[in-house]
Design a binder for this molecule. Structure first.
Ligand SMILES: Cc1cc2nc3c(=O)[nH]c(=O)nc-3n(C[C@H](O)[C@H](O)[C@H](O)COP(=O)(O)OP(=O)(O)OC[C@H]3O[C@@H](n4cnc5c(N)ncnc54)[C@H](O)[C@@H]3O)c2cc1C
Length: 298
């Protein structure tokens, strides 16, 4: 392996089970000094009896004295990951090189992150960075089952931005849930938003999501109030109507039961129709046109 950087000793401060076959190791300087800075996407080269193995840093770059890696146990490999799982514990020392980054997070306004299995490790600090920047981002995280996927609970704080894509244990369960949802006019989405906690075998978690819809390009009137004594339709009236419609449709309860009113008449909306009706020119205002029933014909 290339000796790109000097080796340093680190002490394993903590070991935690993150998922089935995945442990995380928190590494610190043996003298509790700072560790070299790193950026999302960086990895360490960790010396094992099977040779050097690479592990992505998946902690918080803002924490200078701690590195965190997560290791999937690969029983069919040459032994590097099995050794880290079975023979390394809190208080042990490891020899590492790095960090170095071959997977930099580029600057962008929008990110679509996709992770499969242990490939989630470099993306954990990336989504944290994207969220801190206020970027628009989503993460689709695929795995065999939720309990085999590391950091699901940690990612739950991002809500709907993260979708778990697991092969559900039973297609029949999915079909049953889809049939019940369909009776209420609701569709079952392909992916589920990430939620905290583990689903016990034999149970199924159904996530009902309320969405917000908007009409692109329409102004946001929510913080403005305009007095309109005439109840004239204003510029962007169409926008307002369409936005209201979109918001209504986005509320699944309204689809089932219709929007419930307060029982009171809302003057701004109810008088608008009456005023428009009253201001209409009468159809006969200019006199009735003379139409001869004898013109034409044979
Ligand atoms: C940049 C980078 C970042 C990484 N980050 C992580 C991480 O965050 N977490 C993590 O768990 N792993 C990560 N890895 C993978 C990690 O470095 C190790 O490869 C992994 O832990 C397996 O090591 P091992 O010695 O147990 O198995 P290895 O011997 O390396 O085997 C790995 C897999 O390859 C198969 N294999 C081995 N030899 C052969 C062969 N001759 N022919 C066909 N198949 C073979 C094995 O069956 C096994 O499934 C990363 C790798 C890179 C390059």
């Amino acid at each position: 392996m290339a000796d790109h950087a000097p080796k340093r000793d680190v002490v394993v401060e903590a070991v935690a089970r993150e998922a089935e076959s995945v442990v995380s190791l928190v590494l610190a300087d043996p003298d509790w000094g700072p560790l070299p800075a790193w950026t999302p996407g960086a990895h360490l080269d960790v010396e094992t009896p099977a040779g050097e193995r690479q592990y992505s840093l998946c902690g918080d770059p803002a924490e200078p004295g701690r590195w965190r890696i997560a290791v999937l146990r690969e029983p069919d490999g040459r032994g590097g990951s099995v050794w880290l799982h079975d023979s390394v514990g809190a208080g042990d020392r490891l020899s590492v090189r790095g960090p170095r980054n071959h997977f930099e997070l580029v600057d962008a306004e929008r990110y679509v992150f996709v992770a499969g299995g242990i490939g989630i490790t470099p993306l954990v600090p990336m989504v944290r960075a994207a969220a801190a920047r206020g970027a628009d981002w989503t993460l689709t995280y695929g795995g065999r089952r939720e309990d085999s996927m590391a950091f699901v609970a940690e990612l739950a704080r991002y809500g709907d931005r993260v979708a778990l894509d697991t092969s559900l244990p039973n297609d029949a369960v999915r079909e049953d849930v889809a049939a019940i949802a369909a009776r209420h006019g609701l569709l079952l989405s392909d992916g589920a938003p990430v939620t905290a906690g583990f689903v016990e075998p034999g149970n199924v978690r159904v996530v009902v999501t309320r969405s917000r819809a908007h009409v692109p390009g329409c102004p946001d009137w929510s913080d403005k109030m305009a007095t309109n004594l005439e109840n004239r339709t204003s510029d962007d009236y169409g926008c307002a109507v369409n936005s209201n419609l979109a918001a209504m449709i986005a509320d699944p309860e309204h689809l089932l039961k219709g929007a419930e009113g307060t029982g009171e008449t809302v003057v701004m909306s109810s008088t608008k129709a009456i005023q428009s009706y009253r201001k209409q020119e009468p159809t006969g205002a200019e006199g009735l046109p003379a139409v001869s029933s004898q013109s034409g014909g044979n």
